[in-house]
Design a protein around this ligand. Structure first.
Ligand code: AHR
Length: 507
């Protein structure tokens, strides 16, 4: 065990606010995310409200889900919203060519999604079709959802059973326009994004936050091109637009695209490689922010990481197009590293959406197709343990003496941390990435008096520990007592391969 590790935190020097929206989610028409995940239909034996699974809603409400992105992903640029309204048995069908080549019957559409968001208490984030749609479709969809008077689209919504307009704050202009969203060049998309943004209108008091499809990982040229195509700030110093944010996508895998690595069968080397690759999010945010700073030094334009997480080979025996994977303690630490990075870049990162919420990629929730049983993943527990960071003020954490390991061509610090404060409380998040060794860390807490501390830990004996219907709590947070008051703060022994949160009461 190493002993000289300390984390200096100035509790009286709050930094930029951490938007709760970095704890956002993503639900695509992909595999069993919508169908079987969120949506079971009104006639299902699984308890539901108007067709939406009650246990899934309850679990996500418990982590205060702030927003939900839908309907894709790649699917969004194939989706024509008018196919998903009106009587369900009369809705046209389509082929979901990206995901399993299955026939989509459109039984989950605009009204069902808005109903889901209302049940969750989450803000909707609608991803519009730029790749194969029209400007008119986009314009009509916004009007259909958000307009109050007797406009043609508002009247159509009413005829389909919804009188009041909905509030839809977040709109995506395309998805992965450099790939499945049209294979466009940055320059082409920059023009298209301006055009689509123009017609993604505010109606009444629904003010739209437009998010242009952004870069893949380290494609800084894409970010630079979109930033260059921005209008200057208006007279009130607000970005004149026509869009308000750019997105960024980055997935963690341990191998190449053709063999991304196994979710549960991995070596110690692959454990570190995954965490090292997750740590790249920090570099990506720093570099994309530097590019954005050149055009927007006041940081008015948001960066939205609307797809992130692990992407492993699908579980054996499952449809390769459905992207179903298990979720271990390693995934939990990938998540905690991402949140540390989002917290550190709270001045630029306004939203993030893990891919994806249920049964797809780094899911929060897995449901059994036969029994219907629901399992909360280790990743879910990181969201739960971090809920105190929502809309809190970030605190810089200066780690001194963190041990490192060489992995994937870089030095990976084996301890990661971030913190925030709200009123008379603070929350510190600590990850020990070391596969085998505990590490003692001294929290050197300055600027305010700490009157109480409560900790929880997420760990398990095995690196690949995960939850199943038979053992749903193999990886679950438990209270943690190994804290010791020392003159300058607290000494904590972080167990090997663990995630901890410490809630501080401040006098
Ligand atoms: O999340 C799965 C897919 O990954 C999304 O549809 C796409 O945007 C990305 O390539």
């Amino acid at each position: 065990m190493s002993t000289s590790l300390s984390a200096v935190i100035d509790l009286d020097l709050p930094g930029p606010r951490i938007s709760r929206h970095v704890y956002g989610h993503f639900a695509e028409h992909l595999g069993r995310c919508i169908y079987g995940g969120f949506w079971v239909g009104e006639d299902s034996a699984t308890p539901n409200v108007r067709g939406i699974r009650s246990d899934v809603v309850e679990a996500l409400r418990a982590v205060r889900i702030p927003n939900l992105r839908w309907p894709g992903g790649c699917f969004a640029d194939d989706y024509h919203w008018e196919d998903g309204i009106g009587p369900r048995d009369q809705r046209p069908r389509m082929v979901n060519s990206h995901w399993g080549d299955v026939v989509e019957d459109n039984s989950f559409g605009t009204h069902e999604f808005m109903d889901l968001c209302e049940l969750l208490g989450a803000d909707p984030y609608v991803s519009g079709n730029v790749g194969s749609g029209t400007v008119r479709e986009m314009s009509d969809w916004v009007e259909y959802l958000t307009r109050a008077d007797d406009s043609p689209m508002a009247a159509r919504r009413r005829a389909n059973g919804r009188d009041e307009p909905w509030r839809v704050p977040f709109w995506g202009l395309g998805n992965e326009a450099w790939g499945c969203g049209g294979n466009l060049r940055a320059e082409q998309f920059a023009s298209l994004a301006r055009q689509y943004a123009t017609y993604t209108r505010d109606h009444g008091d629904n003010t739209v936050y437009r998010i242009a499809a952004g870069a893949n990982a380290d494609d800084y040229h894409w970010t630079e091109t979109l930033m260059r195509s921005f209008d200057p700030l208006d007279e009130d110093d607000r970005p004149a637009g026509p869009y308000q944010a750019l997105s960024l996508h980055y997935y963690t895998m341990t191998g190449p695209w053709s063999d991304k690595g196994d979710a549960t069968r991995f070596t110690e080397d692959e454990w570190y490689r995954a965490l090292s690759r997750a740590g790249r999010m920090e570099t990506l945010l720093a570099r994309h922010s530097t590019v954005m700073d050149r055009y927007d030094p006041q940081k008015k334009v948001g960066l939205v990481v609307d797809e992130w997480g692990t992407w492993w080979n699908v579980e054996r025996g499952t449809n390769p197009g459905f992207l179903y994977q298990q979720n271990t303690l390693r995934d939990a630490l990938v998540a905690s590293l991402h949140f540390d990075a989002f917290h550190r870049h709270a001045d630029r990162v306004v939203m993030a959406n893990i891919a994806q919420t249920v049964n797809v990629l780094q899911a929060m929730i897995l449901t059994d197709p036969e029994s219907g049983a629901l399992v909360l993943t280790p990743t879910y527990h990181v969201f739960a343990m971090n809920a105190g960071h929502h809309d809190a003020d970030s605190l810089a954490v200066h780690l001194k003496g963190a041990p490192e390991i060489e992995s994937d061509g870089r030095a990976l610090p084996l301890v990661s941390a971030s913190a925030s404060t709200r009123g008379d409380t603070a929350l510190v998040s600590l990850s020990n990435l070391d596969a085998t060794r505990d590490h003692a860390v001294t929290l050197d807490l300055r600027g305010r008096t700490v009157s109480g501390a409560r900790a929880r830990v997420l760990t398990a004996p095995a690196l690949a520990a995960h939850n199943t219907p038979e053992a749903p709590e193999a990886v679950t947070p438990v209270p943690f007592d190994d804290l010791r008051q020392v003159p300058d703060g607290l000494e904590i022994v972080l167990p090997a391969h663990s995630y901890l949160t410490v809630e501080l009461e401040l006098a």
